[in-house]
Design a protein around this ligand. Structure first.
Ligand code: 13P
Ligand code: SF4
Length: 356
């Protein structure tokens, strides 16, 4: 639907009044009505890197989800305030790993005699507390655009016997380990936080190289290998391009896999007339289809599926946050406590220092 012209005018006016004091970051899954006001758009990695790009901006309005706003707070100066226009914009995947569950798992790994060999790696899509846990325990953060380098780094930390505890997305962990690092599927086990000892036997743990947390993205989890077969039968020379949060069998059937930034670059470079089925969030797929009318771009699902929490950041919430800032009122500030921030920064900095 086209954006409400009155709200667009109000957003524009408030943004102009705030001028250099305001810096707006927008993730690629955001609605068009919001992304049009972003000073910088990006995938999680680019937004983490660029969060500190404007140290003089007093307010950083983060159009994305809670864990991204937390990361921006961690990566920016103490006088910069990070605002999430709707506090209910969480991430169901990030919520699948709670810090108490992870601490319990860590103790269980110690009791099983394997903890000394384990390096924790967390996907960006996790709470600041989980990032801090990784910082305290010799681990690192990764995103979908640097998971391979991050895992390579992790496997060098404890010699040949290194095991990685990968949080919270089992699919990104499995896809990267198996398809990019050549680790066997049988060397990946899934840790279920709702079962004693993760539901794993001592032998399974001893033989594992990747201990995958039982978490997933409900949006990317919907794409299926069957739909890929169906579309390939219908569309000649179809290219299938998916995000690594998709299930392993979907990624196996795809032609290309990568982060949202990679998906955008791939479509930009694609020849006119080429056909693409894209397995990622629908706001981004629709934007790509609109921007490239010379290419045949389709969504890799029979149904419409947006990330409902990304979509919570809409124009009314955005305008509300900005107009309050114009009045000097900071609403919905995301503030990580100093100890968590220091430990999480250790893990985030390790990621930013990775080669490439
Ligand atoms: P990227 O931004 O790393 O592509 O991840 C997609 C995602 O699901 C963010 O929530
Ligand atoms: Fe979380 Fe998936 Fe939404 Fe990304 S798309 S914010 S991983 S639920």
């Amino acid at each position: 639907a086209p954006s409400d012209p009155d709200l667009v005018a109000r957003a524009r006016a408030a943004k102009e009044k705030l001028g250099e004091r305001l810096f707006v970051l927008g993730h690629h899954y955001q609605r068009d009505e919001v992304i049009q006001f972003a000073d910088v758009t990006g995938d999680s990695f680019k937004l983490a890197r660029d969060a500190a790009a404007r140290p003089d901006a007093e307010y950083i309005v983060f159009c994305g989800v809670h864990f991204m706003a937390e990361s921006a707070d961690i990566l920016t100066g103490p006088r910069q305030r990070v605002i999430l226009p709707d506090l209910a914009a969480g991430c169901s995947m990030a919520d699948m790993a709670r810090i108490a569950q992870v601490e319990r798992a860590w103790e269980a790994l110690a009791a099983a005699g394997v903890q000394d060999a384990v390096v924790p790696v967390t996907y960006m899509n996790s709470s600041a507390a989980i990032k801090a846990f990784c910082g305290r325990n010799g681990g690192v953060v990764c995103t979908s655009s640097n998971a391979e380098v991050a895992l390579d780094w992790a496997f060098q930390q404890k010699g040949a016997d290194t095991k990685v505890l990968f949080l919270p997305d089992q699919h990104l962990g499995r896809n990267t380990a198996v398809l990019q690092l050549g680790i066997g599927l049988d060397e990946c086990v899934v840790w279920n936080p709702h079962k004693p000892n993760g539901g794993l036997s001592a032998e399974e743990l001893a033989n594992a190289r990747m201990i995958l947390w039982k978490g997933h993205c409900s949006v990317h989890g919907r794409f299926s290998a069957d739909v890929i077969d169906e579309l390939r039968a219908k569309v000649p020379d179809l290219n299938v391009l998916v995000h690594p949060e998709c299930q392993h069998e979907v990624v196996l059937k795809a032609d290309l896999v990568g982060s949202t930034e990679f998906i955008i670059k791939t479509i930009e470079a694609a020849p006119a007339g080429s056909s693409w089925a894209i397995g990622t969030e629908l706001n981004l797929v629709q934007r790509l289809a609109d921007a490239h009318p010379d290419k045949n771009i389709m969504f890799l699902d029979r149904n419409v599926c947006y990330c409902s929490t990304m979509n919570r950041i809409d124009l009314p919430h955005f305008v509300w946050a900005l107009e309050n800032l114009v009045e000097g009122v900071v609403v919905n500030q995301i503030e990580v406590d100093p100890q968590t921030e220091a430990d999480a920064l250790t893990a985030l900095q390790r990621m930013l220092d990775l080669p490439g």
